[in-house]
Design a protein around this ligand. Structure first.
Ligand SMILES: O=P(O)(O)OC[C@H]1O[C@@H](O)[C@H](O)[C@@H](O)[C@@H]1O
Length: 311
């Protein structure tokens, strides 16, 4: 690991741990108002804990699936450059490539207002296996911004090839909730969704989504703000996105959770995935030399705090 980078990280109040997740390093940040962990395996924001609160992100005790493309279910996996199963080759890993490779740590510092900044990247030419599976050269970056109020992820993808690159994607956030049965997701009222559990039929969302039990839905042309209300933890999580036209809601429910060996039986009770995505009719192309940004901002607030002050 580069000495200058380590110095910058230490000055910031952070350190690198050789970690368990695929035996890859983790960047751990400890600040007076929060702590955060980023795993370089998968470029994966694992944990964000505001002082005095529970993690905003779900953690599983389950070590995940075996093999090169085994899955784990927690934090914010990056699904890119395809969302869901590969269009043509069923042997290719689900949800693209970005979450199965080691990202490189390239910057630690602060924004002008003191927020913590960490930058990581994944470059296709560093990974022969990526080049085998995806015929477009690319560079991905994630700029993480942390403060006591919450976190932001600015995910950007640059098409370094000379062909137009088709992309579907998601920042597949596993939000930690006290109980999926009482959790409510607000902000999707009147939005059309494709129900992947009902032969991709289309429905119109009416009111809030609750309970957040067995569901697999892609909300199309979704608004850029929604909110998770959690009575048990007495908090709400305000989720804002940019560059994302779909919002995906996923929870495996009891049956699927039992069948899957890569999650514990009752994990599904404690998370709801609300994903900033571009999927189905919202897929798009990045022109040669072009860049696309997908941004996610998550703020935590007390459940009954009505003052929606802007930063
Ligand atoms: O187990 P994985 O590959 O991480 O995917 C979990 C789920 O992710 C969701 O985004 C998909 O809509 C679901 O269909 C999928 O089952």
């Amino acid at each position: 690991m580069n000495g200058q980078l380590m110095k910058e990280l230490e000055e910031l109040g952070g350190e690198i741990h050789p970690a368990s997740l695929k035996k890859c390093d983790e960047i751990c940040i400890e600040q007076p108002g929060f702590s955060a962990v980023i795993a370089l395996w998968g470029g994966h924001l694992k944990s964000f804990i505001p002082a005095g609160q529970e993690d905003l992100l779900f953690q599983s005790k389950n070590k995940g699936g075996e093999g090169r493309f085994g899955r784990r279910h927690f934090g914010v996996p990056v699904c890119w450059p395809w969302f869901g199963a590969h269009d043509v080759d069923a042997d290719y890993p689900a949800h693209g490539l970005a979450r199965y490779f080691r990202w490189e740590f390239i910057e630690a510092g602060r924004f002008k207002n003191g927020d913590v900044k960490i930058v990581i990247r994944l470059v296709s030419e560093d990974h022969p296996l990526i080049e085998e599976m995806w015929p477009f050269a690319f560079e991905l970056r994630q700029v993480f911004r942390f403060s006591k109020k919450g976190f932001k992820i600015n995910f950007s993808a640059a098409n370094l090839s000379d062909k137009s690159m088709p992309v579907s994607e998601a920042l597949h956030t596993y939000f930690h909730v006290s109980d999926n049965q009482s959790t409510e997701v607000h902000g999707l009222d009147d939005v059309t969704y494709v129900d992947k559990l009902d032969r991709a039929s289309r429905h119109l969302q009416q009111g809030a989504v609750t309970p957040c039990d067995h569901m697999d839905r892609v909300y199309l042309s979704a608004p850029d703000t929604c909110e998770i209300r959690d009575v048990g933890l007495q908090r709400k999580l305000v989720i804002q996105t940019e560059g994302s036209n779909s919002t995906v809601l996923w929870n495996p429910g009891a049956e699927i959770a039992k069948q899957r060996t890569d999650m514990d039986d009752d994990d599904y009770r404690h998370f709801v995935c609300v994903e900033a995505a571009n999927a189905l009719s919202n897929v798009y192309e990045i022109p040669p030399g072009g860049i696309h940004q997908l941004k996610l901002k998550v703020k935590h607030k007390p459940l009954f705090d009505e003052g929606d002050e802007e930063e």
